[in-house]
Write a protein that binds this ligand. Structure first.
Ligand code: MF3
Ligand code: CO
Length: 251
């Protein structure tokens, strides 16, 4: 069941999105050789709580931290810990904040120091996929237009799309209907949907430099590429409004 949000609810979601963005920005600013992922996580939790919000990931299906930090071949859901970042790492950071009963969810991928040309292109292309998807968030367009925009750009650059995970509706719960796939096929087209004013979704393309296949590590969370290739992930929370897309995590 899709829960459409009123303009007043969207205003509150913007506040939640603002905190999620501030915390993600703080995390990205800490990225340098030698910093541990647990140190970044602790700062994110501090920033979220300093704004009267709570870290949405902590305790979510037992998840132990406030962020997901996924390095290099890790795709999503990397658990922060003693790992220290080093020059050349590609670091995905995902942050969710709950404020006044609503959730904002966002992620970015940043590079530590100098990275290879392929890594840079992967990170940039994934961000561009998100931007192109956001532009489709207009009443009357379809959910499949989002997936098509992401897929077309990713594949034009020779990258593969992770299919096991998708974006999602978002509101009083982090994961609401509908699922927001990053590709189009017969199954996604059968579940297609006309975008309407008040729909709020998290869009989150995940691209791999190599093959699309992924698996989950023994910690039951960390998703990695099967071939060990680099992966990147960007995410924003977006509202469909009569004036077009409003990126709640950038407003
Ligand atoms: N942004 C991710 C998502 O939308 C974060 C969830 S991680 C979890 O699914 F730990 F909270 F599950
Ligand atoms: Co999400």
């Amino acid at each position: 069941m899709i829960v459409y949000k009123s303009p007043r609810e969207i205003d509150v979601m913007r506040e939640a999105g603002r905190v999620a963005r501030l915390a993600l920005d703080a995390a990205c600013a800490m990225v340098r050789p030698g910093v541990s992922t647990a140190e970044i996580d602790a700062e994110v939790e501090r920033v979220i709580r300093a704004h009267g919000a709570t870290p949405e990931f902590k305790g979510y299906h037992g998840y132990p931290a406030s962020t997901c930090i996924s390095v290099n071949d890790q795709v999503v859901h990397g658990i922060p810990g003693t790992r220290r970042l080093k020059d050349g790492d590609v670091v995905g950071i995902d942050v969710g904040a709950r404020l006044k009963g609503y959730v904002g969810d966002n992620a970015a991928t940043v590079c530590v120091g100098k990275v290879g040309e392929k890594a840079r292109l992967l990170v940039d292309t994934t961000r561009e996929c998100l931007e192109r998807a956001v532009r489709e968030c207009v009443p009357g367009r379809r959910l499949s237009d989002i997936g098509r925009a992401v897929q077309a750009h990713a594949e034009a650059r020779g990258f593969s799309l992770v299919r096991e995970y998708a974006g999602h509706g978002i509101g009083t719960r982090m994961h609401e209907d509908p699922q927001v796939p990053n590709y189009v096929d017969d199954a996604t087209l059968r579940r297609d949907l006309v975008l309407r004013e008040g729909l709020c979704i998290a869009i989150e393309p995940m691209l791999n430099a190599g093959r699309a296949d992924v698996y989950t590590l023994d910690d039951d969370w960390t998703v990695v590429t099967k071939d060990g290739s680099l992966s990147a992930h960007w995410e924003d929370t977006v509202a469909v409004t009569k004036d077009g897309p409003v990126v709640l995590t950038r407003a």
